[in-house]
Design a protein around this ligand. Structure first.
Ligand code: RRO
Length: 304
């Protein structure tokens, strides 16, 4: 018998626990010729704010040992552009669509959440309070607990959609943010965003990225993310989505063991767009080999 891979992330029902991480999968159509989107647990689209945005100067990405540093700066079509250009395509698929949202002010976050609330076909919102590459607002909201609380409360008031803040890794106590999100009405949590980082060019003696600093992702950050997901998941009852360096089913299973109810594949999409689907199959094989019929006995089974 095939194991049941389904999971429920704060009201978002997923056929399997593997979603795509925001910023690594475009808005869906970019990957549709390469991946059967209906086999994914959910699609999380690149961050959307109220207005179209151009993003940072190039170079925006640099490869480093076991990872990638990016400073893309959130280029995007804005709410109206996203809804007009991409939602008709996404609605034709049978996969939950989670929209990652951001803003430069608390009012803008709330406005974006309210406008998306009225759009058919959106399963939930991921709130990006942790972009390392935006000077105004966004980064600050994820590393200052008082501002984090305000933004989560404002979004809760603005929308009935399931809502999950995406936590920053560079805080001294992740459990404070996890508990605060839960207390402010978040339905789930996702973590981690990228780790603030720097790459230096020896010849020019300058930074390799135009933005100077960027966010590190990929296998290099998996152990950092696992520790944070473990701590966050133990601190709250709401479901946690774990991500950071997932390339194989084994990586994903480690996140489930430390308490994640779902995972996201990010940087690996750039080298192998089929990663998420491969991870789904690998999780199913693992359950079968261990005579498990669902994910439940695995989630949080890690013994410290
Ligand atoms: O667009 C980006 O530069 C970016 C964002 Br919004 C984010 O949340 N995390 C990241 O690594 N890059």
């Amino acid at each position: 018998m095939k194991p049941d891979l389904s999971t429920n992330i704060g009201g978002i029902r997923m056929r399997n626990p593997v979603m795509t991480a925001s910023g690594t999968f475009g808005y869906g159509p970019e990957y549709a010729d390469l991946v059967d989107l209906n086999q994914l647990g959910a699609i999380v689209v690149k961050g959307i704010r109220s207005e179209p945005t151009v993003g940072n100067a190039t170079p925006r990405t640099v490869e480093v040992a076991s990872g990638l540093i990016n400073a893309i700066g959130l280029p995007g079509p804005g709410v109206d552009g996203f809804v007009d250009e991409y939602m008709p395509f996404l609605r034709r698929h049978d996969v939950p669509v989670i929209v990652n949202i951001w803003g430069k002010t608390i009012e803008e976050y709330a406005e974006v959440a309210a406008r998306l609330d009225a759009v058919p076909g959106i399963a939930g919102l991921e709130v990006n309070v942790s972009c390392p590459n935006i000077k105004e607002g966004s980064q600050l909201f994820g590393t200052n607990l008082a501002l984090f609380e305000k933004v989560v409360k404002a979004i809760r008031t603005a929308t009935r959609l399931p809502m999950m803040p995406k936590l920053a890794p560079n805080v001294s106590d992740i459990t404070e943010y996890a508990r605060c999100a839960e207390a402010c009405g978040a339905d789930a949590l996702s973590l981690i965003n990228s780790v603030p980082a720097l790459a230096v060019d020896l010849e020019t003696r300058k930074a390799k990225l135009a933005n100077i600093t960027g966010g590190l992702t990929g296998p290099a950050i998996k152990p950092i993310a696992l520790r944070l997901v473990w701590q966050a998941a133990r601190a709250v009852k709401i479901p946690v989505v774990g991500m950071g360096g997932i390339t194989t089913a084994e990586d994903a299973l480690e996140y489930l063991l430390v308490g994640a109810r779902a995972v996201a594949v990010g940087t690996a999409n750039f080298t192998d767009p089929g990663t998420a689907v491969r991870v789904v199959r690998g999780i199913a094989d693992y359950l079968t080999r261990h005579n498990l019929t669902s994910l439940d006995p695995l989630v949080g089974a890690f013994q410290a």
